[in-house]
Design a protein around this ligand. Sequence first.
Ligand code: HEM
Length: 184
Amino acid sequence: MPELILPLCHARFLPKHEWSAVGNLRSDNLLRKAFFETAAPCTADLVLVLEIVMGIGLLVGARLARKGRFRQHAWCQSTIVVLNLAVVAVMMIPSFRVHVLPRVPAKLGKAYYALATTHAAFGTMTEIAGLYILLSAGTSVLPEKLRITKYKLWMRSVLVLWWVVLLLGVATYTRWHVPHLFRK
Ligand code: HEM
């Protein structure tokens, strides 16, 4: 099957007419079973695991706040927001610029692009909101007027949004790297 020899680093299951954009075949790049037995490159698997761990970490952090352990809560949530910023900047934005942006808005009717674009839009909002909470609550860099007053509402909303984005990320991963789910 031609799908089985798509290059590993580009093994995103594009519609057939877009295969030419995928690049040249390289023997070290052949499709192989990664630890999820998908066609995903190792970096996507790593990002997926990291993001799931961070999503769970935020839930643990929220629980710390409920128990009144606010210092640990602050460290936990801040670390995750900053680490996520690094993952998004290093892994996701470059991938989005190469694989999605050139085909938006023309191909937004296709799940491949629609999922990634929705995920990226909500992901951007969520990360910015997380950083805003971090700056408001954990530093004095923002002027008094710009600081959050309703912390609980903000934190709960970002936690819910974060999980929506995480699930959209999992959906994007599935659409891009688990082809047999989508094969007719
Ligand atoms: C709270 C913020 C975010 C979370 C929790 C998150 C989570 C995830 C997860 C779990 C995946 C699947 C792993 C993968 O396929 O690599 C993923 C993939 C992806 N995300 Fe995000 N994401 C966030 C923000 C963003 C932003 C801001 C953008 C773009 C501007 C973005 C663009 C992408 C793209 C293009 C992929 C597919 C990457 C690939 O497989 O090559 N994400 N994200």
